[in-house]
Design a protein around this ligand. Structure first.
Ligand SMILES: [Cu+2]
Length: 172
């Protein structure tokens, strides 16, 4: 029995490490195609499409601390760039940060950034292996199908609340 518990704890520790690394590969994951019926939100010149969050089980959270990532597609129909400067999801996690992935030798790692640019007339994709919202120190589990109220704040366009759906990425 003790042996089994030790194995389970080791497994959970490995999962926690995997979560911290986010995507410890040399190549970013291919972009997930938003479904045709993916929810879409308009905020000024911005269109926000298909917000989603990677699931974490209650067991992972209890063995934590553990993190997860949030993703969406943001396009800007305006003639000026805009910047995602803040994200918040109530008490979902202790901290929320904006992250990018950078090459560190042969390994990708995450770096916190102050803002994420959405260029004039352009589109920025937050996705696994790339730019993402990082929820650090989850306070509860996230099961597939859960809806999380996510507040996103942009430098020019202001703040919007979107429904982020919890779902498993295509290749996880
Ligand atoms: Cu991150």
């Amino acid at each position: 029995m003790l042996r089994i518990q030790a194995i389970i704890i080791t497994l959970l520790a490995a999962l926690a490490l995997a979560a911290c690394a986010e995507a410890p590969t040399t190549a970013p994951a291919p972009a997930a195609e938003p479904a045709a019926d993916a929810p879409s939100y308009t905020l000024g010149d911005l269109t926000l499409t298909d917000p989603w969050i990677r699931p974490r089980s209650q067991a992972e959270v209890e063995a934590g601390p553990i993190n997860t990532g949030g993703y969406l597609l943001i396009s800007n129909q305006g003639s000026e760039p805009d910047f995602l400067i803040d994200a918040a999801a109530g008490d979902l996690s202790e901290v929320v940060e904006l992250h990018t992935m950078v090459m560190d030798g042969d390994v990708m790692r995450m770096d916190q950034i102050e803002r994420i640019e959405i260029p004039a007339g352009g589109t920025t994709e937050l996705r696994p292996g790339g730019l993402h919202v990082m929820f650090i120190g989850l306070n509860r589990g996230l099961e597939p199908g859960d809806i999380i109220k996510l507040n996103l704040t942009f430098e020019r366009s202001g703040t919007i609340e979107v429904d982020a759906v919890v779902r498993t990425p295509p290749q996880n």
